[in-house]
Design a protein around this ligand. Sequence first.
Ligand code: SF4
Length: 374
Amino acid sequence: GQCAAICPTGAIDIKSDIDAVWDVINDKDKRVMVQVAPAVRVALGERFGIKDNERFNPILVAALRKLGFDEIYDTSFGADLTVIEESNEFIDRLENGGKLPLFSSCCPGWIKYAEDNHPELLENISTCRSPMEMFSSVVKEEAAISDELPDKRTPVVVAIMPCTAKKYEADREEFKINGESRTDYVLTTQELVTMIKQAGIVLASLDPEAPDINYGMYSGAGVIFGVSGGVTEAVIRRLVDKKDAASFTNISFSGVRGLESVKEVEIPYKGRTLKIAMVSGLGNTEKIIKKIESGEAHYDFVEVMACPSGCIGGGGQPRSTRRTLARRSKELYANDKISRIRHSDANPFVGRAYREIIKDDNHRLLHVHYAKED
Ligand code: SF4
């Protein structure tokens, strides 16, 4: 990975949370929920020699149950919330003269880089929490306010991420509510591999299982967040009026896909043309920022991922090569294509979360402010 601001690859030891996670799994007073990021799923299959993800994903669910997690969920549910909140913020800034370009905020490697090197851009960065944090925020809030949950034990959220920087994100003060982190532990893809080995689980011997509702349900738009360009594609699906398969196919050919480190698209929106850049790698991001600040380039929206090709190439993943990146990205797009729900608003559990949990409290639960340090 190139999340150099936080994990100069291999140069420092990243704190391992494996022992702590075993402890909570074995604690009978804890209700342990696990959320798995889509980029993790597509890399793990290849690690265990099951390259067909349609077959592998339900086997991974079975493995997580066998490890002892109580409820198996998917970070893509959080990504569906992010798509809605981030596109609302984008539309609001477009229509009310807010700061543009709007930069995406789901990559903590990028946030840290901006804080250290470009504090002048902090107000351009979306206030949206990352999908991981939106997910944890909602499930913990539900535990706090609902009398109807069948499992009333203390909730614990474990997130399995392609990313070492997510460990740091989970601990950030800004994400705490009432002084407590919403995501309790972050394991990398590699750490999950270690746990599966420690438990002696043979994946090929498991029968496929389905994740749990309500938070194991997600749209295809929430899946493609794992690859550079995916956030943009998901947001465009929300901005267009026509939400059918043909319209989504057109968007997929607009230039949002592909493993290039810098991509640009223009999309029509209410009589104007929106210019969007998608960039992966912090060196490439620096070049784009220079162009924006010198006036050489103008964008309305910029999606930034610190790792090459986005989270599929994250620092917590098994080794990434051009070939594995291409395969992982193909799997994510295939996963989207076979989803019955292709855009985030159509996820019925997202609607339910807004009605019953988030209500009008989006700001407290789903957003965050990165303050400039004095
Ligand atoms: Fe983490 Fe993804 Fe950002 Fe890499 S691109 S630092 S894996 S969030």
